[in-house]
Every structure is written in structure tokens, then in C-alpha cells.
Design a protein around this ligand. Structure first.
Ligand code: ARG
Length: 575
């Protein structure tokens, strides 16, 4: 149910009938205050101005031809020419009853785009760190939302699995294999990388061998490829374990690392040369872009092939954009990285478009995010100043949640308790990130994220269990409960309206990649439910009121659970 769209369409039609152009915008939005109705149309003033009419008069002309008798109980003109719409209770009752008996909770799930989503994207031989956390968490919730709405999502884990560093990594892997007869322990892959680099910097023979291996690897040498594959496998096995631990939907099949695009790079460079976009400059191949200026105010040169023939991160991203259109047949391609890569993506895609590798209709969208900061407002680091490893962070979350949950509910079995700890710990870390507007930096604060008060995972998870406990007490199975909801109290009405706005927020998340809006919605929903629950007794009410209220509670629980699931956050039945 998309009330906004429904009203927008109706009012737009009425505006056209009242004389506006066919491209007029009704700009229907949810109203901020109850006295302004449930929805308001903000487009009247602009349209009236264009027509040279008085806005309030034009608003009246629109209302005269507007037919919302089925949906609205009242439509009125307010202020300088807004139209306020008050939904009619009977329509709300029917809509919310239908939503409750629908597996998709009344959400229209017929979107059918193909969306390529590039997220997480860690680097080989480097353990995932908190820097990859935001991409993974935010990307995964957008992916889940896109799929729920009916789209086909192609997850593209753009793993950094290629580059000159592989020479030294292979040389070091070889050294380790020679020294240790048994299978080596690469659990500390970060340390492995450090050691490789140390050898490279201090041992000329090792460095020589490394450089030789780079060349061999690039020309497809079987031995080097096999060693390379080992490194990729070890890294990705570790990442996969982290994904599973974090309830992230990425699988090994979703890896589309940088190496995938290798064979396409010479073709891309040649095409850019042929089109006159790329030129030789001091031995390298460069694209000069008027759209970007360098410090001297001249068109910025973007290198796509180095003097030594090597390709760059940008070249790969041009090829990736092309591939996502041409081969994967995407309608949209989204990339989630931190904001520091904004210029890089913009340049790669400007070149992609100038070359005509993708048509206008193919949408390339970079969803960036800010940094994760410590409580001191500086980039999040360990106590000793190192980068925090994701797994250590999750271990700490589990430890803290264990303390929190252990003495909360003595009635839980050990297995139940463990499930609660897991859901709360992982949920708290994810929700803390998801609930902030991704465009800003955010402060990582254990105490806040594990609090049972405020817009946090534990609060939301607890709100869900509280509703479920009503059903346990009533001895009613919420899953099979259907029937007609009736509205007699303002709080019931407010809850019904809020429940019917689920789809609207999902559409925004899918379009703009902003899961914090879904967190905000769920938090508000939990609040509206509390207001309802205080004012409207459920179990002590007489029939048919009791069942009607149970139905409202039921749809609330299902919406919270579904919403949290789209955020990648688990719910439990008791906590
Ligand atoms: N591996 C990169 C990093 O760790 C992120 C890749 C993002 N995707 C892309 N198409 N550039 O920074």
C-alpha cells in the first residue's frame, strides 16, 4: 500500500483537469502534524504560479474535480494553498485488515529491475576491518530491501584480488610453504601481509623474485596463478565466515573481483583511444576530463594505463560499469564505498559515459558513507592505535551482550540465551551503523548501541518480544490470526496509518540507499504502538474489540520483524 503514490496520482490528475500542464507535480507528502491531516499536497502553489492563478483559488478548482471519496474523509485547503487530506477510517480499516492477511504485509512487491550491487568488497590478503563494515552492512540492507520489493539483485563483491602486491605475496607464500612442511596457518592474514612487505623491503633477492612473479602472474603462468588462487581462497573463506557471523547475505558465488575484468582492460583502453578520448602522455595513457579541474584549473588527467603497461583501479571500474550493463544486463548499478572514493567513481563513470559504453537509461549510483569515529571523535582505532579488526569487534560485542543478557531473564534456557546474545550483539553493531544517515561520520559507542532505550537494536528487538508476549499470554497464534480490524480510538487510527506507511519507507530505501529511514520508521512504529498499548487495553477488552486490537498488534509485530530482517537484524521470541 503506497498511500502517497495513490493520493499523488489522484491530485495530479485533478490538477491537470483544473488546467495544469501534464508534467505538473502534486508533491504529496506525509503531514508533519495531525491538524494538517495525514497527507498534504505541496505542489499547488508552484502550479498556480505557473498558471498565473491565485493559489487558494486553484486549490479550490483542484478539489472541485478531485474524487477521493473512497479514501478521504476530508480534504481541505490550508495556508497559502496547501491541500490537506484526512484519510477515512473505513478505508483505513479495510486496508490494514488486508495488509495483515497478506504475506508481504500489504507491500506491493512487483518492482522488477535488475540491480547490480557492489558492496563489502574487501581486499585479498588483508583481513576485513571496520572500514569494510559500513559497506557490508549498509549494502546488505539495501540489497534485502530491493529484493523484497521484487527486484532481481546481482551481488557484486568487488574484491581487491589483483595488483602488483601479489608478486611479493606469492613469493612469501612460497617461502612459508618451504619452511613449514605442514599447512600454514594464515589465520592472521594481516601479519602475513606485513611479513611479506618486510621481506620485500629488506631482501633484494626476495624483491627480485617478487617482481618476476608479478610479470609471470600477469602473463598467466600456471604456478603463479595457483599460488594466487590459494591467497584468494584463504582470504575469502575468512570473509565468508564473517559474513555468516554477521547475518550478511553474501556468498562465495557473489565474488566478482577485480581480476574478472583483466581481459577486458586492453579492450577498454583501445576503445578509449579509438574514440579520441584517451591520449598518450609521457608514456602513459591518459583521459583528460573537462569536468574535473586540477590544481592549476586545467582539465584533470586520469591515467588509465601506466608507463609500464599496468592498469589502474579506475580502468577496472570503467570495465566493471560496462560489464554490469552489457553482460549482466543491469538497469541500475550501485556501489557502496566510503566518501573518499567519490572522485574516483565520478571520474570512472564520466569516462564510461563519454565513451558511450552504457546508455543514458543505465543508472550508475555511488552511495558513499562517512567514517566510523571513536568516542574521541577521531577515526576508530584500537587502544594501541591500530586498525580494529572486524572479528575482534564482533567478539567484543558478544562479550558485552553476554553480560547484558545473562541476568536479564533467568527463565531462558541456555540455548535461548545464546540466541538472544547473538541477536543482540550482532544486531547492536549493525543497527548502530544503519540508524545513522550514512552521509555523516558516526561515533562508535558501545554503551549507546547496547542500550535498551532509544533507537537501538536491543530496544527494537525488545519491542518485538513484548508484542509477542501478548500473544503468548492470550494463547493466540498470531501467524494464523486474520479478521477485520475496526478503529474506534485515535491511537488505533494512528497505528493503522503508521503501519500502512511501511511501503513508502521501503521505496525510499531502495531508491536512495538510506536504511536509516527504515530504522527511524521502525522506531516510530514501536513508539506509536506503545501509545496505542497504553491507551487501548487488549486482553481485557470485550470482543470484537479484543480481536481487532490483537490484529493491529499482530501486524505491528510482523512489520517490526520484517523491517528488522530487511536491515539484516535478527529477532527472537523471548529475551
Ligand atoms: N576494494 C576496495 C577497497 O577496499 C573497494 C571496492 C569498491 N568497488 C569498486 N567498484 N571500486 O577500498
Amino acid at each position: 500500500m503506497n498511500i502517497q503514490q495513490l493520493l499523488n496520482d489522484k491530485i495530479k490528475q485533478a490538477m491537470i483537469a483544473a488546467g495544469a500542464d501534464s508534467d505538473v507535480q502534486a508533491l504529496v507528502r506525509q503531514s508533519g502534524k495531525p491538524q494538517f491531516g495525514d497527507y498534504q499536497a505541496n505542489g499547488i502553489m508552484g502550479a498556480a504560479k505557473k498558471l498565473g492563478k491565485n493559489p487558494r483559488e486553484f486549490a479550490q478548482n483542484v478539489i472541485d474535480v478531485l474524487d477521493t471519496s473512497d479514501i478521504a474523509s476530508k480534504v481541505e485547503i490550508a495556508g497559502a494553498g496547501f491541500i490537506n487530506i484526512f484519510l477515512n477510517n473505513q478505508w483505513l480499516e479495510n486496508s490494514v485488515s488486508t495488509a495483515n492477511s497478506d504475506a508481504k504485509l500489504g507491500v506491493n512487491t512487483s518492482q522488477n529491475q535488475r540491480v547490480v550491487v557492489d558492496y563489502s568488497s574487501p581486499n585479498v590478503a588483508k583481513e576485513m576491518h571496520v572500514g569494510h563494515l559500513r559497506s557490508t552492512i549498509i549494502g546488505d540492507s539495501v540489497v534485502r530491501t530491493l529484493e523484497f520489493l521484487g527486484n532481481t539483485v546481482i551481488r557484486a563483491n568487488h574484491v581487491g584480488d589483483w595488483g602488483t602486491q601479489f608478486g611479493m605475496l606469492i613469493a612469501y607464500l612460497e617461502k612459508m610453504q618451504n619452511e613449514n612442511a605442514t599447512d600454514m596457518d594464515l589465520s592472521d592474514i594481516e601479519e602475513f601481509y606485513r611479513q611479506a612487505k618486510l621481506n620485500y623491503d629488506n631482501d633484494e633477492a626476495f624483491a627480485e623474485k617478487s617482481r618476476n612473479y608479478v610479470v609471470k602472474l600477469q602473463s598467466g603462468d600456471e604456478y603463479c596463478l595457483e599460488m594466487w588462487r590459494k591467497l584468494v581462497d584463504i582470504t575469502m573463506t575468512q570473509c565468508q565466515a564473517t559474513y555468516e557471523r554477521m547475518n550478511v547475505t553474501l556468498t562465495p558465488n557473489d565474488v566478482m573481483g577485480e581480476s574478472l575484468y583483466n581481459p577486458m582492460l586492453p579492450v577498454v583502453v583501445q576503445a578509449l583511444k579509438d574514440k579520441g578520448l584517451a591520449v598518450e602522455d609521457d608514456g602513459a595513457v591518459v583521459v583528460f576530463l573537462d569536468e574535473f579541474k586540477n590544481k592549476e584549473g586545467e582539465p584533470m588527467g586520469v591515467i588509465i594505463q601506466k608507463k609500464d603497461g599496468g592498469y589502474l583501479y579506475t580502468t577496472t571500474d570503467i570495465a566493471a560499469a560496462k560489464y554490469r550493463y552489457e553482460t549482466l544486463h543491469g538497469d541500475r548499478a550501485l556501489v557502496f564505498t566510503d566518501a573518499r572514493q567519490a572522485q574516483h567513481m565520478a571520474q570512472a563513470w564520466t569516462i564510461t559515459r563519454k565513451a558511450g559504453f552504457v546508455p543514458e537509461t543505465f543508472s550508475l549510483e555511488h552511495f558513499t558513507f562517512g567514517m566510523m569515529l571513536g568516542k574521541d571523535g577521531k577515526p576508530f582505532k584500537t587502544r594501541t592505535g591500530g586498525t580494529v579488526k572486524l572479528n575482534d569487534l564482533l567478539d567484543e560485542a558478544i562479550e558485552r551482550a553476554t553480560v547484558l543478557i545473562n541476568d536479564k531473564n533467568p527463565d531462558l534456557t541456555d540455548a535461548e540465551k545464546q540466541a538472544v546474545i547473538d541477536a543482540v550483539a550482532i544486531g547492536a553493531v549493525k543497527y548502530a551503523d544503519l540508524s545513522k544517515n550514512r552521509n555523516t561520520d558516526y561515533v562508535f559507542d558501545w554503551d549507546n548501541m547496547l542500550s535498551f532505550e532509544g533507537n537501538t537494536a536491543p530496544y527494537m528487538q525488545y519491542a518485538y518480544t513484548r508484542i509477542r508476549s501478548i500473544f503468548a499470554k492470550a494463547g493466540v497464534d498470531g501467524d494464523t490470526l486474520t479478521g477485520q480490524i475496526s478503529i474506534s480510538d485515535d491511537k488505533e487510527r494512528a497505528l493503522a496509518v503508521k503501519l500502512l506507511q511501511f511501503e513508502e519507507v521501503l521505496l525510499t530505501v531502495a531508491k536512495d540507499g538510506l536504511p536509516h529511514l527504515l530504522c527511524q520508521y521502525l522506531f516510530e512504529l514501536a513508539g506509536v504502538f506503545s501509545g496505542f498499548y497504553e491507551a487501548c487495553p487488549i486482553l481485557s477488552a470485550d470482543e470484537p474489540t479484543k480481536t481487532s486490537r490483537l490484529l493491529l498488534a499482530n501486524l505491528t509485530a510482523k512489520t517490526l520483524k520484517q523491517g528488522l530482517d530487511l536491515l539484516g537484524i535478527k529477532t527472537v521470541e523471548k529475551m
